[in-house]
Each structure stands twice: as structure tokens, then as C-alpha cells.
Ligand binder design. Structure first.
Ligand code: ZN
Length: 531
């Protein structure tokens, strides 16, 4: 049996024994290096002083935890000048000098820790046969290098929130390698300036339009070109035009003819008191049943057999038998108990309705003459039910159908991305207001500049805004003026904060897996060394 290849032991270690102890596979291994070297002077030693056994945990094998019993030697250093007289032979890089675990186990725990964090990490290691603890996993993560990566030419900077949005940190990303290069525990001008001053090689700083990082870049990296993130610029534009649309809505509504008021019923006491929908449905169903019931009686009078009657009425023969037995149609009895007055006339009213008489007051008078003692309200309620069943809802006018916000996105999204019905809505909107038409053209033109990075057309666009007379857009242009250089760079150069925002999302994911308890140094390590 040759187990050594399975265990992948390095050169210089020989397998002596395999022993199963409960859940543990204990493997005895001896060092067979021919001449161990003194760690101090590097001289080879031939004389062995003594032997002893080290206990070291190793990677699990087939899901079984493994314990290595390592037989190592103590040797005499033979270099006379060397202050070290006796030394223990080293097994690096397989095991560190005082390590309790093999290097490969150390690294696996580290990787699991980076991917899952402490708590979840323990559950993962448990399942695959690695005995460790949450504290150990965290120690392994913190053992990774903590210094931030070296040189950065193109820097992306943004903030992120931790501790449930109460405190903010700063994330720094290398825009060319797409690597997170550092995390700062605060969002302040000072800390960002201090960081940038240590990196005089920075040539571009891409950031959002907030003041903090703009100022930080001016102070900390004055040699670099500031780039305002173009998608933030577009977002600012979209925010700026929402009030314009709300205002246009108001103006359009003012000019629209007032919608005709619904005809008031001719009976004065009547007040619209909508009955519960199910009650209306019941009334309609009852009317239909009552009609069927009456038809059944008539057909039977003509001597038509029951199964034929059932077929003509569209009910089962059993129903016909039941109705005959009861002497009334279903629903009518319950109705009689509660509000019985209208029921006996429902079928009559339905018949008149179908004949073309739809005036509630006339129908009311007619059934009153037949002995109806109930209110006219019930007649109207019944008629409303019938109307709702037949008449389809007309198309709502566009302003009622589209909220200001929905219109905002019709105007702000690239025109080519709109569906056919959205285009039709947009066209209808623009036809109602010249200001909306102008706004749409200007927003689309700016969108073009943003997407195609045509910064050189910004002045031309600014001129058009001046001529449009739309105050909100003019204010937006003034805002651009204050951050002009960075905005021009953002609308021209390829840099954007998209990569940074992707990293912030990844950070959020890591944060959530850490159950929101991760301390900042741990979070920083997990983000810097994220897999
Ligand atoms: Zn030595």
C-alpha cells in the first residue's frame, strides 16, 4: 500500500504509520532530510542530538480530519563560529518553525475565511473535516498583508456605509486593475488627503459630485486631473428636471377642458352609496337565476321534459329538480330574510334593461306600480351592476395614467430603449406641451454627450439651455460651471466610477455575510483580499 501520493507529502518526509483513532486519522511521518541545515548559519549538520515528535494538524483526507505525528531531529551545528549549538531541523515551507498546522491547511482556512467570514467559516470547515474556531479564522484573515497595494495612476474614490448606515468609510479603487487598493474607516477630507499625499504618482481621480472628495483631490492630489463621474452628472440632471415635469403637468391640466360631470340621477334623495362589490355580484347573479327559474316554469308548462329544460337553461338536471323541489331559485330565500323587497322585481328590471329601458327612475316607477315597497336606491345600485358588466372602461387620459415620475423616465431614458407604447406616450406628452418637447430634446442631447463622451459639445448644449428659458436646467448648468474641469474630464475621458460602485456592492455583500459585526480591520482585509 502506497499512501504517500494520496497525502501529497513533500520530499524529505516519509510515511511510517497510519492509524484510525475515533474520528481522527493519525499519520506518523519521519523527516528523512540527509543533512538538515542550521537556521542561523546555514551549515549542514550530520550529528543528531536527539529526536522528538511534533503534533501538527493537516488538510482532511476524504472528509476525515488528519493529525500528523512528525518525528523530527535536533542536530548539532558543526560551524565553530556559530552561536547556535543545537537546532531543530526545519520543514519549511511545509510547516512553519513553530506552526501547529501545515501551511496548506493554514491557507485553506484563510481562503474559507475570506470567502465566508468567521461565523459561517466555522460551519464550512466543520462540514469538510477541518477543526478550527471563529477566532482562528479571523486571525488567519488578519495575518494577510495589511499594507495597501503599491502604485496607483488612475484612482477611483467613493464612500460606503457600515454599521447600519451610521458611519461611512472610503473605498479606493485602482481603475486600471479594477482592484480595491484601500479602505479608510472614515469619510473625511483629511483622511482622503493624507492617503493621496502618499501617492504622488496619481494622475487621475474619478469621484462622484460630492464636495468632500472633490476637495480632497484638490488638496491631496493637485497634480492629478479630477474626473467627475458622468453617470452621477446625468443623475443630477434627472433630479433637476423632475420639477419641470410637475410644472408642465399643472399647466397642461389647467388648459384641459374640465371633464364633464356625471349626470346626476333625477331622483333627488338618491346619494351614491356604493354597495359592496360582492353584494352587487349577488344581485346580478340572483337576477339571472330568477330569470332562469321563471323560464323553467314556463318551459315546464309547455310540457318539455326536464333534461331538455336543463339543456336550454344551461344548468344540470339536478339543478332543475332542486329548483322544482324548493319552488324558488337559490339565493332568493336568503335574500328574503335580509332585504327582500327588490328581489322579486330583479328579473323584471333585467328584462326591461335588455329591452332598452335604462332609466332608473322609470323602472322604479314601474315596479312601484307593481307593488315594490323598497327604495329607488336599490334600483340604481342594480342598474350600476348591469352597466359595469357591459361597459368597458375607457382609456384614461395620459396625465392620469402616467405619474410625473413615470414621465420623467420616458424623457430621461435613451429614446431607442423605449418600447412602442412608451414612445406613443412620450409623443402624446410632448404634443401637449412645448416646454416638455424642448425639455425632452435637451435631456436626450445631454444623454448623448454622456454616453458617447462628447464633452466638446457641452458648450453648445449649455447655449441651447440658455435659449430654452427653462429655469431648472439653467440652474443645473450653473452647478456644472462650479466643477467645470472635472465635469469636462468626466464627459470626455473613459474613467467613471462604475468599477468603484461595483466594488462597493461587493463590499456590502461581504459586510452582510459578516452579520454586520465585522470590525473595520477585518472588513478591510476581506475586501482587499477578496477572492
Ligand atoms: Zn549554525
Amino acid at each position: 500500500m502506497e499512501a504517500k501520493p494520496v497525502l501529497a507529502l513533500p520530499e524529505g518526509l516519509e510515511l511510517i504509520e497510519l492509524e484510525q483513532m475515533d474520528d481522527l486519522l493519525v499519520i506518523t511521518v519521519a523527516s528523512t532530510q540527509s543533512a538538515p541545515c542550521c537556521p542561523l548559519c546555514g551549515g549542514a549538520a550530520r550529528r543528531v542530538h536527539s529526536r522528538y515528535t511534533r503534533r501538527v494538524a493537516d488538510l482532511p483526507c476524504g472528509g476525515q480530519p488528519i493529525r500528523l505525528l512528525l518525528q523530527v531531529r535536533k542536530c548539532f551545528c558543526e560551524q565553530g563560529a556559530c552561536p547556535r549549538k543545537i537546532f531543530v531541523e526545519r520543514l519549511t515551507p511545509f510547516i512553519d518553525p513553530h506552526g501547529r498546522v501545515t501551511r496548506r491547511l493554514f491557507q485553506v482556512v484563510q481562503v474559507i475565511g475570506l470567502a465566508t467570514g468567521g461565523r459561517l467559516g466555522v460551519r464550512v470547515t466543520d462540514r469538510i473535516g477541518i477543526q478550527t474556531s471563529r477566532q482562528t479564522i479571523i486571525r488567519r484573515i488578519l495575518a494577510l498583508p495589511t499594507e495597501s497595494a503599491g502604485q496607483v495612476i488612475e484612482l477611483g474614490i467613493d464612500d460606503f456605509s457600515f454599521r447600519r448606515g451610521r458611519t461611512f468609510g472610503t473605498i479606493l479603487v485602482d481603475l486600471s486593475s479594477h482592484q480595491v487598493i484601500d479602505l479608510l474607516p472614515e469619510r473625511s477630507v483629511e483622511s482622503a488627503v493624507a492617503w493621496m499625499q502618499k501617492h504622488p504618482e496619481i494622475q487621475y481621480v474619478s469621484r462622484d459630485r460630492g464636495n468632500d472628495y472633490a476637495q480632497a483631490a484638490r488638496l491631496g492630489a493637485s497634480q492629478a486631473r479630477a474626473v467627475a463621474d458622468r453617470f452621477h452628472i446625468y443623475k443630477n440632471l434627472v433630479e433637476a428636471i423632475e420639477p419641470v415635469i410637475a410644472r408642465c403637468y399643472k399647466e397642461i391640466r389647467k388648459d384641459l377642458p374640465k371633464p364633464a360631470k356625471p349626470k346626476t340621477p333625477q331622483v333627488k334623495e338618491w346619494r351614491p352609496a356604493p354597495a359592496p362589490a360582492d353584494e352587487r355580484q349577488r344581485l346580478a347573479r340572483l337576477a339571472t337565476n330568477q330569470e332562469r327559474f321563471d323560464s323553467m316554469i314556463e318551459l315546464q308548462k309547455l310540457g318539455i321534459p326536464q333534461d331538455e329544460v336543463a339543456r336550454r337553461l344551461g344548468v344540470t338536471k339536478r339543478t332543475v329538480q332542486n329548483w322544482n323541489k324548493r319552488g324558488s331559485c337559490p339565493g332568493s330565500r336568503r335574500r328574503h330574510k335580509r332585504r327582500s323587497l327588490f328581489d322579486p322585481y330583479a328579473a323584471y328590471v333585467l328584462k326591461r334593461w335588455k329591452d332598452g329601458c335604462k332609466t332608473g327612475s322609470i323602472l322604479y316607477q314601474e315596479i312601484k306600480a307593481q307593488g315594490y315597497r323598497g327604495s329607488d336606491q336599490q334600483v340604481y345600485r342594480f342598474l350600476r351592476t348591469l352597466k359595469q358588466e357591459k361597459v368597458e372602461l375607457p382609456d384614461l387620459p395620459i396625465l392620469s395614467r402616467l405619474s410625473v415620475r413615470e414621465s420623467l423616465w420616458l424623457i430621461a431614458r435613451p429614446k431607442d430603449d423605449l418600447e412602442a407604447d412608451e414612445r406613443a406616450d412620450l409623443k402624446a406628452l410632448c404634443q401637449m406641451s412645448t416646454e416638455l418637447t424642448a425639455l425632452h430634446l435637451l435631456v436626450q442631447a445631454f444623454g448623448q454627450i454622456v454616453r458617447k463622451r462628447e464633452g466638446h459639445r457641452l458648450d453648445e448644449w449649455r447655449q441651447q439651455v440658455e435659449e430654452s428659458g427653462i429655469a431648472e436646467l439653467q440652474r443645473f448648468v450653473k452647478g456644472l460651471e462650479r466643477d467645470k474641469e472635472a465635469i469636462l474630464a468626466g464627459l470626455t475621458l473613459a474613467y467613471s466610477n462604475g468599477v468603484v460602485e461595483g466594488k462597493v456592492n461587493k463590499l456590502k455583500l461581504i459586510k452582510r455575510m459578516g452579520y454586520g459585526r465585522a470590525s473595520f480591520p477585518l472588513l478591510r482585509q476581506r475586501v482587499l483580499h477578496a477572492l
